[in-house]
Design a protein around this ligand. Sequence first.
Ligand SMILES: [Zn+2]
Length: 249
Amino acid sequence: MKCFDTHIHSEGRSVEDLTAMANEGIKAAITCAFYPIKPMFQETLIDLFRKLIDFEKYRGKKTGMEIHTAIGIHPRCIPPTYTKVLEMMEGMDSTAFGEIGLEDATQEEIEVFESQLKLAIRVDKPCIIHTPRNNKKEVTKKTFGILEKIGFPETLAVIDHVSLETVETVLKANYIAGLTVQPGKLREEEVVTIVEEHGFENFILNSDTGFSPSDMFAVVKTVNVLIEKFDKKDVKRVAWENGMRFFRI
Ligand SMILES: [Zn+2]
């Protein structure tokens, strides 16, 4: 079954890796903006976005994987100033904004997140919203507070890296939930538990593979586990259709 990995960092993977992923069935992916060190200049991020949109798409084509791009200021990559970054984001040809969100929920992070959300509303752009490994429950709550405060449309938000602990609140708030299958995030069996309980309608799958050690085949492996237990039609939704619809591809 062809798969859509809705959150990767393709820059962290070689052409050989991307080809192997495509050969295993990962025919589409969204590569998300992340800079591994805190940028000293806002221009660093602007060039990063240009690289994702031009070069990563091109690399994807050579491997048989359609790479779409999400651009944005990750909470761990906030440059000293970012007004120009926002200006560029407005005009650039990206599929989504991401990953954006909160890590430690500092005042600076909240400000940067809010300004990107407001821009997303203005230009009608889907957003990949990161939730952190630490204090996930509290930070997810704070994230919802911000989304509600500015009246962010549910149709534009995927809350990513949900856990067994946060999945219910995400669905109750009518957001799409991103299931990230990776050590330290979700295990395949946990995805089974989640869809058994909540169905297939509101989920998308991803691996978040990129710069750190990770399983680049995680989405395919999960889909194979799901196919053994559930109707193929349902599995196809989380493997491909829900993501394609949400990101309007
Ligand atoms: Zn990521």
